[in-house]
Design a protein around this ligand. Sequence first.
Ligand SMILES: Nc1nc2c(ncn2[C@@H]2O[C@H](COP(=O)(O)OP(=O)(O)OP(=O)(O)O)[C@@H](O)[C@H]2O)c(=O)[nH]1
Ligand SMILES: [Mg+2]
Length: 198
Amino acid sequence: MKIKDAQLETVCGITSRLPENDKVEFAFIGRSNVGKSSLINALLNRKSLARTSSQPGKTQTINYYRINNEMYFVDLPGYGYAKVSKELKKKWEKMTDRYFRTSKMLRVVFMLADIRHDPSDLDADMYKKLYALGFSPIIIATKSDKIKKSQLAGKVSQIIKVLNTEEGTPVIPFSAVTGEGKEEILEYISEYAEMFKG
Ligand SMILES: Nc1nc2c(ncn2[C@@H]2O[C@H](COP(=O)(O)OP(=O)(O)OP(=O)(O)O)[C@@H](O)[C@H]2O)c(=O)[nH]1
Ligand SMILES: [Mg+2]
């Protein structure tokens, strides 16, 4: 897929109404700091369209990036790890939960997990919730540049095991540093965009 145009179109906070988009949405979810915003930048060939930080808890709103006037990438606040108050974490959780439950145009969820670590209970709960809502999340194993090639297959199996993913769920190793996995993810996106086109 060729990215011709990408721009941040809508930003929603805790009390905002969600936009009524008429184009398909692809969402990116995962623990704070796992690399959601970095993945979006990598897919769009942009350095810092989506704001990133080494401090967990950077993305605090639902950010809709309009791509080629045909779809949206939706960046979400992370869960779990951010060093912010419990109350704020709860609010972000409510906000993303409301998005997953009510967005009419959300078609595909990419769920990110750091390739170095076993997914947490929060990750497993998120995967289950998304599945129960009718999504079949595609798993992205992020920061693959941080492990040795020889560890890759084992780490991927571990993610599949701990998340207890449904048969056939793709798990794609990805690195925002080397670009590993980027083309494969873009291929999924163009296939789904075609499939869900009006
Ligand atoms: N080595 C390496 N670092 C990465 C990669 N992806 C992201 N990072 C780093 O991880 C940190 C967090 O990245 P973000 O993209 O801001 O993560 P996020 O999931 O959007 O985080 P929140 O918005 O806080 O939920 C930043 O310091 C990134 O530079 C990667 O593939 N490899
Ligand atoms: Mg972010």
